[in-house]
Design a protein around this ligand. Structure first.
Ligand code: F0G
Length: 456
């Protein structure tokens, strides 16, 4: 097979700024060793997130000009709505300014004290929006999904045995719905199989429960189903996506991922009563139902992006780029979460820096060193992001200590990826000199965004 190439050519470019090691040392110190606090002009290659960082196509930019900015009944809304309906099959579509706005609306309607929301693994904003209402967010990832070093095709699957015993324990009346995050971002960008989605739906039906998808990366998940699950080899991505959504009663979506745009999201569902309640919150917090926190031009760009993301050449290139980086790192024995995910490579910090205990945040130390070494921005997904404290103020660490290298969509080329691999390998070679870190400031919720650190 020949090299899988970027299925696009470049029409407009943006320069990136090189910095010296001593400049980076100062920049990192001034940012309190938190990569969220570094200015983007001080970053050479930005792998902080794949969210809102996509390069839009010329057709999407053309859509920006076509946007109908009418307050009510914008044509752009109807175009957006019809694409979302085509892919998801859901009756009602509510545009929001991003994924967490959809979460905020949905959970403020269905959440509350003594309510439980099971998921394969909740993303941090989903968990935060649930907990903010007083409800509980619970994760039921399968056993294999808990082991970064073990390979399996669908490590994003939810554990149905644990889920069923949980339903019996708390009672189905206290579970407004079950969620599945496709792909499972916090668990390594790992896909959920069609079989697992179908079986989750069946279990939900037995208990009269609804199922919602957190659909941010639905197209990447659909591509994994196509190449890994028997029976889907010759099914189109659109048909696979349609089948995935057919088992659900609704979804939350951050269009900043698989809709290939810089801002946007939506909430979609079949239940009219629930939709009316959500729409009322939307009007108070986001905007009128035909724009919901977005401009008409944003809705155009989303509609176009949702068509482009279903193209198989694009998804093949996308998934292969991540796998290519993973292969380079594995060849140098760098411990990563295996197999490579759909949008990111996750370094396994526990094996990368085993001399740093969880309460000294090994992932954060690796993140800092990668920036110092090569100007690359990454993010810790471990005890900084998910750690909690017990009654005595002792850290309850996260299950996994990961460093995420998320690849923006259609932004970097193969030589950028080669450079990233070289820098990570250099950091790995001097891993024994990495130092533990402590937190000197933290916010009570979603602390990783603003926390300040120091070396111990
Ligand atoms: N759900 C998942 C699975 C996500 O990955 C994200 C965002 C959201 C919900 C929230 O969407 O950002 O549009 O409000 N993930 C980004 C990331 C931030 O870096 O992984 P949002």
């Amino acid at each position: 097979m020949k090299t899988i190439i970027e299925p696009f050519k470049i029409k407009s470019v943006e320069s990136i700024r090189f910095t010296t090691p001593s400049e980076r040392k100062k920049i990192l110190k001034d940012a309190f060793y938190n990569t969220f606090l570094i200015h983007s002009q001080d970053v050479l290659i930005d792998l902080l997130t794949d969210s809102g960082t996509s390069a839009m196509s010329s057709e999407q930019w053309a859509g920006i000009m076509r946007g109908d900015e009418a307050y009510a009944g914008s044509q752009s809304f109807y175009k957006f709505e019809s694409v979302v309906k085509k892919i998801t099959g859901f009756e009602y579509v509510i545009p929001t300014h991003q994924g967490r706005a959809a979460e905020k609306i949905l959970f403020s309607v269905v959440g509350g004290e003594r309510k439980y929301f099971p998921n394969n693994t909740h993303f941090d904003t989903t968990r935060a929006n649930i907990e903010y209402t007083g409800a509980e967010a619970v994760d039921f990832i399968t056993e294999v999904g808990r082991h970064p070093e073990k390979r399996a095709d669908f490590k994003g699957n939810i554990d149905l045995i644990e889920l069923e015993s949980f339903i019996n324990e708390v009672g189905p009346d206290n579970i407004p719905f079950v969620m599945l995050t496709v792909t499972n971002n916090s668990g390594g960008g790992q896909p959920v199989s069609m079989e697992n989605i179908r079986a989750t739906k069946k279990l939900c039906d037995e208990y009269g429960l609804k199922l919602f998808l957190d659909a941010c990366r639905f197209a990447e998940n659909a591509y994994f189903i196509k190449i890994r699950e028997r029976g889907y080899e010759s099914t189109s991505i659109l048909e696979i996506a349609q089948e995935m959504f057919s088992y659900a009663d609704g979804c939350t979506m951050s269009a900043k991922k698989d809709a290939l745009v810089n801002i946007g999201g939506f909430l979609a569902m079949n239940d009219e009563d629930l939709m009316m309640k959500c729409r009322n919150v939307l009007i108070v917090t986001e905007g009128f139902p035909t724009y919901g926190g977005l401009a008409g031009r944003d809705l155009e760009a989303i509609a176009q992006g949702l068509e482009e993301v279903l193209e198989e050449n694009y998804l093949q290139y996308r998934i292969r780029s991540i796998e290519y980086l993973g292969e380079k790192l594995l060849a140098a024995d760098v411990p990563i979460l295996e197999p490579p995910g759909g949008h990111a490579i996750y370094l396994d910090a526990k094996r990368f820096a085993p001399h740093i205990p969880a309460d000294q945040y090994p992932g954060q130390s690796i993140v800092c060193e990668i920036y110092l070494q090569g100007g690359i921005r990454t993010v810790e997904i471990g005890s900084v992001m998910f750690g909690k404290y017990d009654k005595d103020g002792k850290l309850i660490p996260a299950n996994l200590e990961l460093v995420r290298l998320a690849l923006p969509r259609r932004v970097y080329t193969q030589s950028h990826v080669d450079y990233v691999a070289e820098v990570i390998i250099e950091v790995f070679e001097k891993r024994n000199s990495l130092k533990g870190m402590k937190i000197t400031y933290e916010a009570p919720i979603l602390r990783h965004f603003t926390a300040k650190f120091e070396y111990i």
